[in-house]
Design a protein around this ligand. Structure first.
Ligand code: NAD
Ligand code: UDP
Ligand code: UDP
Length: 324
C-alpha cells in the first residue's frame, strides 16, 4: 500500500515539527508547508534528508495546489506576542488559510484536521470547559485576531462538512508545552524556564492567581493522530489537553524548584482579556479517542528544562538558523 501523503501546515512550528516526526515514524509521506513566521527551519532541518519528507516555504493565505490524502492544518502563530505582532495577518492566516486548506481538501478528497484552541472559549464563565460551551469572547480586543480567527476557522470547517461533505476533524487544543518551543516564544512555560536558567526575574503577569492546564507535546501529538484516524462521522470539536490545573504562581515555583534557580519573582501588568481560569473537560476525548494525557507537569517540565539547558550550552544567544 502506498504511504499516506500527509500535509502539515505550520509544520516548522513547535507542535507541527513534533507531529512531522511522529508521522514519519508511522510511515507517512510528510509535506510541511510553512512561511516561518513563528516557526524555524532548525525544527525540521534534520528531517530534510529523510526520503519521505518535503518542506515548502509558503504562506497559507495564498492558494496551494498539491496532491494529498490528509491535512493537519496548524499554520497560525500561537503565542500572544507573535499573534498580536501582526493581528491582521493572524486573522488572514486563520480565515483565508482555512479556506485554502479546505479548498485543497475538497479538490483532493483529503481528510482535514484543524488545530483550534481553548481560546474559542475566551475568558470562560463555565468551568471546566466542555465542548458544548459557546464561550465568552471579546470580539474587538487584542486577543480577538486569534480567538475570532479560530472561531471563524471552525465555522468554515463545519460549513465545508455540511455544504461539501468534507471529512473534517476539529481539535480544541489547550496550553501545550515541551522541547523545541522558542526561547523567545513569549508563552509562560518557555519564559519561566529561560528566566530561571538565566537567574533573571520570573515575570508574573498580574497576581499570578490565574490558572492554566499544561499538556506535554508528546501527549498532544498522540491525540491528534488518534483524532485524524476517527471515522468520518466523528468531527468533534474535541478538547485536547491535560486537565490538571495550576496557578501561574504554582508553575513559577515548580520551575524554580526543578531548575534549582534562585531567581526572584517580579510582577508585571496583566495583559488585557487574559483568561482567569482554564481547564479542559476531556471526557469526550477519553470516550471517543480512548486518550488521556500521561505526562505529569513535573515530568514534562524536566524534559523541557533539559532542552533549554542544552540549547543555552550549545548556542547563546538563540539562533533560529542553528543546525537541527
Ligand atoms: P507555532 O507558532 O510554533 O507554530 C505555528 C506555525 O505556523 C509556525 O511554524 C509558523 O511559522 C506557521 N505559520 C504561521 N502563519 C503562517 C502562514 N500564514 N502560512 C504558513 N505558515 C504559517 O505554534 P504551535 O504552538 O506549534 O501551534 C500550532 C497550532 O496549534 C496553531 O494553529 C495554534 O493555534 C494551535 N494551538 C497551539 C496551542 C499551544 O499551546 N501550543 C494551544 C492551542 C492551539
Ligand atoms: N484552493 C487551493 N488549492 C486547491 C483548491 C483550492 O488553494 O487545490 C483554494 C482556492 O484559492 C480556492 C479556495 O481554496 O479559492 C476555496 O476553494 P473552493 O473550491 O471551496 O472554492 P472556490 O473559491 O474555488 O469556488
Ligand atoms: N504569563 C505570565 N508571565 C509570562 C508569560 C505569561 O504570567 O512571562 C501568564 C499569562 O498572563 C497567562 C498565562 O501565563 O495568564 C499563560 O500565558 P501564555 O501566553 O503562555 O498562554 P495563554 O494566555 O494564551 O494561555
Amino acid at each position: 500500500m502506498p504511504a499516506t501523503r500527509t500535509m502539515i501546515t505550520g509544520g516548522a512550528g513547535f507542535i507541527g515539527s513534533h507531529l512531522a516526526r511522529r508521522l514519519l515514524e508511522l510511515g507517512h509521506e510528510v509535506l510541511v508547508v510553512d512561511n516561518f513566521y513563528s516557526g524555524v527551519r532548525a525544527n525540521v532541518r534534520d528531517l530534510l534528508s529523510h526520503p519521505r519528507f518535503e518542506l515548502i516555504r509558503h504562506d497559507v493565505t495564498f492558494p496551494l495546489y498539491v496532491e494529498i490524502d490528509e491535512i493537519y492544518h496548524l499554520a497560525c502563530p500561537a503565542s500572544p506576542i507573535y499573534y498580536q505582532r501582526d493581528p491582521v495577518q493572524t486573522t488572514k492566516t486563520s480565515v483565508h488559510g482555512s479556506i485554502n486548506a479546505l479548498g485543497l481538501a475538497k479538490r483532493t478528497h483529503a481528510r482535514i484536521l484543524l488545530a483550534s484552541t481553548s481560546e474559542v472559549y475566551g475568558d470562560p464563565t463555565v468551568h471546566p470547559q466542555r465542548e458544548e460551551y459557546w464561550g465568552n469572547v471579546n470580539p474587538i480586543g487584542i486577543r480577538s485576531c486569534y480567538d475570532e480567527g479560530k472561531r471563524c476557522a471552525e465555522t468554515l470547517f463545519f460549513d465545508y462538512r455540511r455544504q461539501h461533505g468534507l471529512d473534517i476533524k476539529v481539535a480544541r487544543i489547550f496550553n501545550t508545552y515541551g522541547p523545541t518551543m522558542r526561547p523567545d516564544d513569549g508563552r509562560v512555560v518557555s519564559n519561566f524556564i529561560v528566566q530561571a536558567l538565566r537567574d533573571e526575574p520570573i515575570t508574573i503577569y498580574g497576581a499570578g492567581e490565574q490558572t492554566r492546564s499544561f499538556c506535554y507535546v508528546d501527549d498532544l501529538v498522540d491525540a491528534l493522530v488518534r483524532l485524524m484516524a476517527m471515522p468520518a462521522d466523528f468531527s468533534g470539536p474535541v478538547n485536547l489537553g491535560n486537565p490538571a490545573e495550576f496557578t501561574i504562581l504554582e508553575l513559577a515555583n515548580l520551575v524554580l524548584e526543578l531548575t534549582g534557580s534562585s531567581a526572584p519573582l517580579e510582577h508585571r501588568d496583566l495583559p488585557q482579556d487574559d483568561p482567569v481560569r482554564r481547564r479542559p473537560d476531556i471526557s469526550l476525548a477519553e470516550a471517543a479517542l480512548g486518550w488521556r494525557p500521561t505526562t505529569e507537569l513535573r515530568e514534562g517540565l524536566r524534559e523541557t528544562i533539559d532542552y533549554f539547558r542544552d540549547l543555552a550550552a550549545a548556542s547563546a544567544p538563540f539562533d533560529p538558523e542553528r543546525p537541527g
